[in-house]
Design a protein around this ligand. Structure first.
Ligand code: FES
Length: 365
């Protein structure tokens, strides 16, 4: 073959290889994008079971129609319920931990929801959502997940904070290793899933269920009082290598975390999921100026987000605990008080109104 023809044929082959690589890479990128879009698409689910507990807790089971499987998730993750409950039918979103776990794609999601006196979503779930009704659910997500075990797993839930712990327990029991579950409640009838935990404790010698009730009836046979770090640590065989998972109010988590750290537990071994900031009642009479000349005046709401919601001009929200970042706003002037440290990355001047209160007049964008 003459050298020119040889060079041309080598060039043609190289060109074809290059185009093929580009095409394969393009298809891979496209498939990944489709997969991500599909994973973020809201699910249209049906309530298939509903159980009220202790007058203010409700357990829901949600399934797809035709029995199709749901997206898989990690133990500890949450889903977001979405419904048009805001002023003028605006969409309201609330995050709820998945309360059960199984390997692979489940047939149902289980949720445990506490009715909050002024909670738009929880009141709707309690008052209106019944078996057979449909509900829009954003697929599972969240970083509060069970880590690979190197030592004992210590699951600590206060009140409704037991829900992610139940999912973590289901996963932990599928592996070797000791698991301790501490559940604190005010009254014994608020110990959600108690019968199941007692059954599991009888079946698995590695599992220890340790409920604590702060206002028990006279015949409550178990532990009384509140959770405290020293009382938890004394049940452990090797506290220094245990992994701690906490889901409770901010005040309970702060006190337990301080106790664990004082006892020498590394901060990296303490994993936390907040319900929301325990800010208490906020101030009244602060002006919050928004783009477009709109002004909101605070009236003692527990967070800046509540104040903006009351005025019908709140940003979208999901977790309401400073972790998803969805409600972020830019603070152009004034001062806020943070009830929790933000659990997501923020740019200079950004705030999360779900975990802040105004302590002066504010200018937001
Ligand atoms: S709603 Fe998630 S950070 Fe505010």
């Amino acid at each position: 073959m003459n050298p020119l023809a040889w060079l041309l044929s080598v060039g043609a082959v190289a060109g074809l290889v290059f185009i093929a690589v580009l095409t394969v890479d393009g298809v891979r990128v496209l498939m990944e994008r489709l997969r991500r879009e599909r994973a973020a698409r809201p699910l249209d689910l049906v309530v298939t079971a509903r159980q009220e507990v202790a007058g203010h807790l409700v357990c829901l089971q949600l399934r797809r129609r035709w029995g199709r499987r749901l997206p898989a998730y990690m133990p500890g993750q949450y889903v977001v319920l979405s419904a048009p409950l805001g002023p003028g039918g605006r969409e309201v979103r609330r995050a709820y931990s998945l309360a059960a776990w199984q390997a692979g794609r489940p047939k149902a999601y289980e949720l445990g929801i506490k009715r909050e006196p002024q909670g738009l979503m929880s009141s709707w779930v309690w008052d209106a959502l019944r078996p057979g009704q449909r509900v829009r659910v954003l697929p599972p997500k969240g970083d509060f997940v069970l880590q690979p075990a190197f030592g004992e797993r210590v699951l600590i839930g206060a009140g409704i904070g037991i829900t992610p712990m139940r999912a973590m327990l289901h996963a932990a029991l599928s592996e070797p290793g000791r698991v301790l579950l501490f559940h604190a409640a005010r009254h014994e009838d608020e110990l959600l899933y108690r019968e199941e935990f007692e059954r599991l404790a009888a079946r698995f010698p590695t599992f220890h269920y340790l409920p604590t009730v702060s206002r028990p009836g006279a015949d409550w046979p178990g532990a009384r009082g509140r959770l405290d770090a020293a009382g938890i640590i004394e049940h452990l065989l090797h506290p220094a290598v245990a992994q701690f998972y906490l889901c409770a109010s901010d005040a309970v988590m702060a006190s337990l975390t301080a106790g664990f750290e004082a006892a020498g537990i590394l901060p990296s071994a303490i994993h936390r999921e907040a319900f929301g900031a325990a800010l208490g009642a906020g101030g009244s009479g602060q002006n919050v100026d928004l783009p477009g000349g709109k002004r909101v005046v605070t009236a003692g709401e527990p967070s800046l987000l509540h104040a903006l919601e009351a005025a019908g001009c709140a940003p979208p929200s999901e977790c309401r605990a400073g972790s998803c970042g969805l409600c972020r706003m830019q603070l152009l002037g004034g001062e806020v008080r943070w009830g929790l440290a933000p659990g997501c990355e923020l740019q200079q001047g950004e705030i999360l109104p779900c975990i802040c209160q105004a302590v002066s007049d504010l200018r937001l964008a």
